[in-house]
Write a protein that binds this ligand. Structure first.
Ligand SMILES: [Zn+2]
Length: 205
């Protein structure tokens, strides 16, 4: 196992995906170019942008095509007990959508924020989620709302290039990380809430 070989190495995850990058800023320890003046800004992240150390043993990774990413996501949704926050750009995977709805039906609080493209994407799960009673919102604030994130039970973060689509599973080159870390999950949840706040509620057709 890769995690075993890596031993006690703690991977530093510079948490910009959750906070600093989304806010259009870099963390203090990572000098970078200033954001372009016209770029839309979000309010400052609620969580600090300092790096968070995550033990390698708490990280799983899979690679598409056919790397088991969909199975891994469904397994995590099946284990959810309390809450699932979803952010998606393209969400067309029936299996992942069904697992989210099943979680909702057994009492897990599932909420979703999807990109505006999902209003018109032919195979989007937007209506399926909304009809199932999942509070579903559309984020039109950005050129594209490109995050692909799930935060489960405030302790598991699922993210990567992997869209929640059949193409991502079967045809694309993608990666997906499943990270168990409460601090990281808090940062992603805070970012999710910022996007939720400026998104519009979606009513199923
Ligand atoms: Zn947003």
């Amino acid at each position: 196992m890769a995690a075993g070989k890596a031993g006690p190495i703690a991977l530093l995850v510079a948490l910009a995906a959750a906070g600093a990058f989304v806010a259009g800023r870099q963390s203090a320890s990572v000098p970078g170019p200033a954001p372009s003046p016209g770029a839309p800004r979000l309010a400052a992240p609620a969580a600090p942008a300092a790096p968070v150390a995550v033990e390698a043993a708490n990280i799983r990774v899979c690679f598409s095509p056919r790397g088991g990413c969909t199975d891994a996501i469904v397994a995590e949704l099946d284990k959810a007990r309390e809450s699932v926050l979803i952010q998606a750009y393209s969400f067309t995977s029936d299996r992942i959508a069904k697992a989210a709805v099943e979680a909702q039906r057994r009492g897990v609080k599932v909420r979703a924020v999807l990109d505006k493209s999902q209003r018109s994407e032919k195979f989007s799960e937007l209506d399926f989620l909304a009809r199932a009673g999942i509070p579903t919102r559309v984020d039109s604030r950005h050129a594209i709302a490109h995050n692909k994130v799930m935060v489960i039970d405030g302790e598991t973060v699922i993210t990567g290039s992997f869209n929640f689509t059949k193409a991502a599973e079967e045809r694309n080159a993608e990666n997906l990380l499943i990270i168990r870390d409460k601090k990281l999950a808090e940062l992603y949840a805070a970012s999710w809430r910022e996007h939720e706040e400026h998104s519009e509620a979606y009513a199923a057709k």
